[in-house]
Design a protein around this ligand. Structure first.
Ligand SMILES: [Ca+2]
Length: 169
């Protein structure tokens, strides 16, 4: 049976909240990304774009899948060696980034640039999630998902802005 879009949407929002991610914090990343290009940018517009991104089924599926793996890992329920790989956020794993790209894909090429930038610089919420101090928490998938949502929302915003140069589209 195909799950209804409204149910997936509701659960995806709940899961993000349970994992300590607020839409406002994602919107902050979008704001910082687009501030240099859009003079009249506001937090409201950024939140609105984050909300629109999360309305996409591909994005909901990615949120549910990635968070589930993080949670199962926290509970020690994955098989070895996947359990250790995800727990330690092993650098050569890469599937967390690949999964997150399914979000970035939805909005085209500018999303990739933004995603790469966030992955490299790890600002604000992303560094908070990527912090490995608390050994009881696993955010191996969540940090990339958050970066991808922000990147997608930023590119959505850029596409929508008629004042932006063609090269940014
Ligand atoms: Ca990761």
């Amino acid at each position: 049976m195909v799950q209804s879009s409204s149910k997936l949407h509701k659960v995806a929002l709940e899961r993000l909240k349970e994992r300590g991610v607020s839409l406002e914090e994602i919107a902050e990343l979008v704001y910082d990304l687009q501030k240099p290009y859009i003079a009249d940018i506001s937090m409201e517009i950024c939140i609105e774009n984050v909300r629109s991104v999360i309305k996409k089924r591909e994005v909901q599926n990615t949120i549910l899948t990635g968070i589930e793996l993080d949670v199962l890992c926290e509970q020690g329920k994955l098989s070895s060696p996947l359990q250790e790989i995800i727990q330690e956020d092993e650098g050569l794993y890469g599937i967390d980034e690949i999964l997150a790209l399914s979000i970035v894909n939805v909005y085209g090429s500018i999303g990739f640039t933004n995603y790469g930038f966030l992955d490299k610089t790890k600002p604000k919420l992303i560094s908070k999630l990527d912090d490995h101090q608390n050994k009881d928490q696993t955010h191996t998938f969540l940090d990339d998902i958050v970066g991808a949502i922000a990147a997608a929302a930023a590119s959505r915003l850029a596409h929508d802005d008629p004042g932006i140069s063609d090269i940014m589209k």
